[in-house]
Design a binder for this molecule. Structure first.
Ligand code: OFO
Length: 179
Protein backbone atom coordinates (compact mmCIF):
# COMPACT_ATOMS: atom_id res chain seq x y z
CA UNK A 1 0.00 0.00 0.00
CA UNK A 2 1.29 3.39 -0.96
CA UNK A 3 1.27 6.38 1.44
CA UNK A 4 -0.77 9.50 0.69
CA UNK A 5 2.47 11.50 0.46
CA UNK A 6 3.85 9.22 -2.27
CA UNK A 7 0.48 9.11 -4.02
CA UNK A 8 0.43 12.92 -4.16
CA UNK A 9 4.03 13.08 -5.41
CA UNK A 10 3.39 10.52 -8.16
CA UNK A 11 0.20 12.25 -9.23
CA UNK A 12 2.16 15.47 -9.53
CA UNK A 13 4.71 13.66 -11.70
CA UNK A 14 1.86 12.26 -13.84
CA UNK A 15 0.80 15.85 -14.47
CA UNK A 16 4.35 16.85 -15.40
CA UNK A 17 4.79 13.96 -17.84
CA UNK A 18 1.50 14.80 -19.57
CA UNK A 19 2.56 18.42 -19.67
CA UNK A 20 5.92 17.38 -21.19
CA UNK A 21 4.08 15.43 -23.88
CA UNK A 22 2.02 18.50 -24.81
CA UNK A 23 5.00 20.86 -24.72
CA UNK A 24 6.89 18.61 -27.16
CA UNK A 25 3.80 18.22 -29.32
CA UNK A 26 3.62 21.99 -29.64
CA UNK A 27 7.34 22.18 -30.46
CA UNK A 28 6.91 19.40 -33.04
CA UNK A 29 4.08 21.27 -34.71
CA UNK A 30 6.13 24.49 -34.82
CA UNK A 31 9.08 22.59 -36.34
CA UNK A 32 6.90 21.00 -38.99
CA UNK A 33 5.37 24.33 -39.99
CA UNK A 34 8.79 25.99 -40.11
CA UNK A 35 10.40 23.42 -42.40
CA UNK A 36 12.35 21.36 -39.87
CA UNK A 37 10.88 17.97 -40.76
CA UNK A 38 13.53 15.91 -38.93
CA UNK A 39 13.17 17.96 -35.75
CA UNK A 40 9.39 17.59 -36.01
CA UNK A 41 9.65 13.80 -36.30
CA UNK A 42 11.97 13.67 -33.28
CA UNK A 43 9.71 15.90 -31.20
CA UNK A 44 6.55 13.99 -32.17
CA UNK A 45 8.30 10.78 -31.08
CA UNK A 46 9.48 12.49 -27.88
CA UNK A 47 5.92 13.61 -27.17
CA UNK A 48 4.72 9.99 -27.48
CA UNK A 49 7.53 8.87 -25.19
CA UNK A 50 6.45 11.31 -22.49
CA UNK A 51 2.92 9.91 -22.71
CA UNK A 52 4.42 6.47 -22.17
CA UNK A 53 6.23 7.83 -19.07
CA UNK A 54 2.90 9.15 -17.83
CA UNK A 55 1.14 5.82 -18.43
CA UNK A 56 3.87 3.90 -16.63
CA UNK A 57 3.34 6.08 -13.54
CA UNK A 58 -0.46 5.70 -13.74
CA UNK A 59 -0.20 1.91 -13.86
CA UNK A 60 2.33 1.80 -11.04
CA UNK A 61 0.26 4.01 -8.75
CA UNK A 62 -2.98 2.11 -9.40
CA UNK A 63 -1.26 -1.28 -9.04
CA UNK A 64 0.12 -0.26 -5.62
CA UNK A 65 -3.25 0.66 -4.18
CA UNK A 66 -3.19 4.38 -4.96
CA UNK A 67 -5.43 6.28 -7.37
CA UNK A 68 -4.03 8.08 -10.39
CA UNK A 69 -5.58 11.44 -11.09
CA UNK A 70 -5.25 13.73 -14.07
CA UNK A 71 -4.94 17.48 -13.60
CA UNK A 72 -5.58 20.69 -15.50
CA UNK A 73 -2.72 21.75 -17.75
CA UNK A 74 -1.60 25.07 -19.14
CA UNK A 75 -1.78 25.60 -22.90
CA UNK A 76 1.77 25.12 -24.19
CA UNK A 77 3.36 27.99 -26.10
CA UNK A 78 3.32 27.84 -29.90
CA UNK A 79 5.83 30.64 -30.31
CA UNK A 80 9.52 29.88 -30.73
CA UNK A 81 12.26 32.14 -32.04
CA UNK A 82 14.28 29.44 -33.79
CA UNK A 83 15.25 25.77 -33.71
CA UNK A 84 17.95 26.78 -31.25
CA UNK A 85 15.30 28.27 -29.00
CA UNK A 86 13.27 25.03 -29.21
CA UNK A 87 16.16 22.83 -28.13
CA UNK A 88 17.31 25.24 -25.43
CA UNK A 89 13.83 24.82 -23.98
CA UNK A 90 13.94 21.02 -24.43
CA UNK A 91 17.15 20.81 -22.38
CA UNK A 92 15.84 23.19 -19.71
CA UNK A 93 12.64 21.17 -19.45
CA UNK A 94 14.47 17.86 -19.14
CA UNK A 95 16.65 19.28 -16.36
CA UNK A 96 13.48 20.37 -14.56
CA UNK A 97 12.01 16.85 -14.94
CA UNK A 98 15.22 15.24 -13.66
CA UNK A 99 15.09 17.44 -10.56
CA UNK A 100 11.46 16.47 -10.06
CA UNK A 101 12.19 12.73 -10.32
CA UNK A 102 15.09 13.11 -7.87
CA UNK A 103 12.75 14.86 -5.46
CA UNK A 104 10.20 11.99 -5.50
CA UNK A 105 13.02 9.52 -5.12
CA UNK A 106 14.20 11.40 -2.00
CA UNK A 107 10.62 11.39 -0.62
CA UNK A 108 10.29 7.65 -1.26
CA UNK A 109 13.49 6.93 0.68
CA UNK A 110 12.34 9.19 3.55
CA UNK A 111 9.05 7.24 3.62
CA UNK A 112 10.90 3.89 3.60
CA UNK A 113 9.08 3.11 0.36
CA UNK A 114 11.86 1.16 -1.33
CA UNK A 115 9.53 -0.30 -3.97
CA UNK A 116 8.79 3.18 -5.27
CA UNK A 117 12.50 4.04 -5.02
CA UNK A 118 13.29 0.98 -7.07
CA UNK A 119 10.57 1.81 -9.61
CA UNK A 120 11.92 5.35 -9.98
CA UNK A 121 15.38 4.07 -10.88
CA UNK A 122 14.07 3.52 -14.42
CA UNK A 123 13.19 7.23 -14.65
CA UNK A 124 16.52 8.31 -13.20
CA UNK A 125 18.38 6.34 -15.88
CA UNK A 126 16.01 7.60 -18.58
CA UNK A 127 16.62 11.21 -17.55
CA UNK A 128 20.40 10.82 -17.88
CA UNK A 129 19.85 9.70 -21.47
CA UNK A 130 17.27 12.39 -22.25
CA UNK A 131 19.42 15.22 -20.93
CA UNK A 132 22.45 13.93 -22.77
CA UNK A 133 20.57 13.64 -26.11
CA UNK A 134 19.06 17.12 -25.73
CA UNK A 135 22.50 18.56 -24.91
CA UNK A 136 24.15 16.84 -27.91
CA UNK A 137 21.48 18.15 -30.30
CA UNK A 138 21.71 21.63 -28.82
CA UNK A 139 25.53 21.66 -29.17
CA UNK A 140 25.23 20.77 -32.85
CA UNK A 141 22.59 23.43 -33.51
CA UNK A 142 24.82 25.97 -31.77
CA UNK A 143 27.75 24.91 -33.95
CA UNK A 144 25.62 25.25 -37.09
CA UNK A 145 24.62 28.77 -36.01
CA UNK A 146 22.47 30.52 -38.58
CA UNK A 147 24.17 28.69 -41.41
CA UNK A 148 21.49 27.05 -43.58
CA UNK A 149 23.65 24.06 -44.62
CA UNK A 150 24.48 23.25 -40.99
CA UNK A 151 20.85 23.41 -39.92
CA UNK A 152 19.80 21.28 -42.89
CA UNK A 153 22.36 18.65 -41.92
CA UNK A 154 21.22 18.80 -38.27
CA UNK A 155 17.62 18.31 -39.34
CA UNK A 156 18.63 15.17 -41.28
CA UNK A 157 20.43 13.89 -38.15
CA UNK A 158 17.29 14.47 -36.12
CA UNK A 159 15.26 12.46 -38.64
CA UNK A 160 17.70 9.56 -38.15
CA UNK A 161 17.47 9.93 -34.35
CA UNK A 162 13.67 9.97 -34.62
CA UNK A 163 13.69 6.71 -36.61
CA UNK A 164 15.87 5.12 -33.91
CA UNK A 165 13.54 6.38 -31.20
CA UNK A 166 10.49 4.98 -33.02
CA UNK A 167 12.21 1.59 -33.36
CA UNK A 168 12.96 1.42 -29.64
CA UNK A 169 9.41 2.53 -28.80
CA UNK A 170 8.09 -0.29 -30.96
CA UNK A 171 10.41 -2.78 -29.28
CA UNK A 172 9.27 -1.58 -25.82
CA UNK A 173 5.59 -1.79 -26.81
CA UNK A 174 6.12 -5.32 -28.15
CA UNK A 175 7.83 -6.39 -24.92
CA UNK A 176 5.11 -4.82 -22.76
CA UNK A 177 2.43 -6.56 -24.80
CA UNK A 178 4.25 -9.84 -24.17
CA UNK A 179 4.57 -10.49 -27.92
FE1 OFO B 1 11.62 13.51 -20.70
O1 OFO B 1 10.90 13.06 -19.15
FE2 OFO B 1 9.63 11.89 -18.97
O2 OFO B 1 10.36 11.22 -17.49
Amino acid sequence: MITKIIEKAINEQIRKEEDSSRIYLSMASWSQVNGFQGAAEWLYAQSDEERMHELKLIHYLNDRGGTAQLADLEIPTTKFKSLLDVFQQVLKHEEYISASINEIYAISIKQNDYSTGNFLQWYITEQIEEESTAKAVLDQIQLAGEEKGGLFHMDKELAALAAKKRASQLAAATTNAGI
